[in-house]
Design a protein around this ligand. Sequence first.
Ligand SMILES: Nc1ncnc2c1ncn2[C@@H]1O[C@H](COP(=O)(O)OP(=O)(O)OP(=O)(O)O)[C@@H](O)[C@H]1O
Ligand SMILES: [Mg+2]
Length: 349
Amino acid sequence: MTNIPPPPQIEFTNVTKTYGTVTAVKDISFSVGRGEFVTILGPSGSGKTTTLMLLSGFETATSGDIRLAGQSITSVPSWRRDQGIVFQNYALFPHLTVRRNLEFPLEMRGIAAAERRRRVDRILERVHLSGYEDRVPRQLSGGQQQRVALARALVADPPVLLLDEPLGALDRNLREQMQGEIKTLHREFGMTTICVTHDQEEALTLSDRIVVMRGGRIEQIDTPEQLYDRPASRFVANFLGEANILSGLDVPALPEGPVPVGSVAMIRPERVRILPCDAAPAPDAGRRQRVAGTVAGVVFAGPIRKYEVRSDSATLSVREHVSSEQPVFAAGDTVALEWLRSDLRVVAE
Ligand SMILES: Nc1ncnc2c1ncn2[C@@H]1O[C@H](COP(=O)(O)OP(=O)(O)OP(=O)(O)O)[C@@H](O)[C@H]1O
Ligand SMILES: [Mg+2]
């Protein structure tokens, strides 16, 4: 018996969207499995919201095909797509109370009044807004409005959840708390989720996979760990974390061979060790590369200390966990920087 795998929940094939002379999304293809949490990450204007709007049906693709559970969505109106959406600007009904805002998607689905009330109460509790049901949006702070928008997207238990910067207006603490809440809700309800953000930490902590967009195209798709550890390009390496590009340095042959033309060697700041300039070589010195340098700057950031070190040809960033076993260096100190050759990465220019 052959086992035919179920179709992906969401499938983009060669999708392009143009607005007049502007190409917002250029020939993108990717798919999302049932229950997966995928984040779209990219700088402002890279096409993230457009991708979400195409999926929600608020915009129509210029060319290409989008499928939901194997069915082309061009023929399905957006109100029948059974998706919960949080828009970048919340889009709450300004004249309706919080309760009426949340009941709206339930009414659309023909759910009876008593059940509506029960569901709204339950979801308001989850987003820490019990007691706010009789206010209208302008009587709420930006962060509270954002939570109402999230609650409205979730209240009907949709199989697909689309989030556009859902936590953008929240302060750091609330943001982290809501990230945890979104993760828990995702685990409990298992809805396929696509979340747009330009916050790299949010992308890393929430997602099963991350789609990195640049100028309307997909630059790379991978798990957070692979994307961070094996960025394909300099752009991805810099967008997701900090990267030392070793273009001026004499880089020894890497485990995978010499650095090809059009690529550069890269090392993450936390993979670089800073040592006194006369430190004895490690027993496995053959596996390491060492360069001399001068400390140009030191920043204490609580659990870590950040150094900027100038060598002959480049200024490198170093991040070290603060520990009582670690010597502390000051600006002007002559030091050695050392890393494992296996920690070097080759990325496209
Ligand atoms: N309705 C429109 N008409 C014309 N151009 C548009 C329209 N919507 C988006 N664009 C353009 O398409 C490109 C992608 O926009 P999009 O909103 O998808 O970016 P984004 O990645 O969501 O950015 P941000 O992080 O700022 O929200 C931008 O250059 C934008 O100006
Ligand atoms: Mg946007």
